[in-house]
Design a protein around this ligand. Structure first.
Ligand code: CTP
Ligand code: MG
Length: 242
């Protein structure tokens, strides 16, 4: 039984670019002295349980920083098969893995957003341990802490939504390779892998993480991520090591 990481990185970062005025896809913006995507890849490559890390780039990507990535070693594999949507990039990546590795039906794939740079080795190991051999797989997530409001088209509160039992999904999300590919074929419109698995009637396990594993979406997220990574560095933690 092997564990692989698959990192979709074929997005354009439109929400970041529109606000910051930067044309560079967000995964390549500078963060704590490295390209943003380097951080998650470095952590995944440093995780003992993970046999290999596959990153999915857009076919026309010209910004992949070859030199900075070379130091991550031979466990990192680059695939230029990104699609129109995140789900399509993941699907193409899952197929690309078969071309490189052969049949991996029952092996586990941990899908992780390139845009979550503050992932830690300890979080990954906890996810793997808690999911165990549960065929429904699982994902890192945090219980919703704030009071939730739904709003009307004028930005006014329509109602307060009970937050009991609500979680925010993060990544990594881990599933068996064949099951995930079948689920994404069945439900290609999803915004995360767990939704595809749910559409098959399975119930992935929620594994509690924390908000430091944030997704960089807007310019202010970049500042927060920088602060988290720099504080860990100052506290003497190895990068990516919980
Ligand atoms: N992603 C991808 N292929 C796409 C769209 C997104 O591989 N066609 C990846 C992104 O590169 C990112 C992850 O999926 O690592 C999460 O997506 P998101 O945060 O939405 O990134 P973007 O789509 O790039 O940003 P935006 O939605 O603001 O354009
Ligand atoms: Mg997107």
């Amino acid at each position: 039984m092997s564990y692989y990481a698959l990192v979709p990185a074929a997005g354009s970062g439109s929400r970041m670019g529109a606000l910051s005025g930067r044309a560079m896809p967000k995964q390549y913006l500078p963060l704590a002295g490295k390209p943003l995507i380097w951080h998650a890849l470095s952590t995944l490559c440093a995780t003992p349980s993970i046999a290999a890390v596959f990153v999915v780039l857009a076919p026309d990507d010209v910004a992949w920083p070859e030199e900075a990535m070379a130091e991550l070693g031979s466990r990192l594999h680059v695939m230029r098969c990104g699609g129109e949507t995140r789900a399509q990039s993941v699907t193409n990546g899952l197929r690309g893995m078969v071309s490189e590795l052969g049949a991996i039906d029952d092996d586990w794939v941990l899908v992780h957003d390139a845009a979550r740079p503050c992932l830690e080795v300890a979080m990954i190991e906890r996810l793997i341990a808690e999911v165990g051999d549960d065929d429904a797989g699982g994902l890192l997530a945090v219980p919703v802490a704030d009071t939730l409001k739904s709003c009307d088209e004028h930005g006014r509160v329509r109602q307060t939504v009970p937050r009991d039992g609500l979680w925010q999904a993060q990544t990594p999300q881990m599933f068996r390779h064949r099951l995930l590919l079948d689920a994404l074929d069945f439900a290609p419109q999803v915004t995360d892998e767990a939704s595809a698995i749910e559409s098959l009637g399975l119930m992935p396990k929620l594994v509690a993480a924390d908000i430091s594993n944030l997704k960089v979406t807007f310019p202010q997220d970049l500042k927060l991520a920088e602060w988290i990574l720099r504080s860990r560095e100052a506290a003497g933690k190895e990068p990516g090591n919980g």
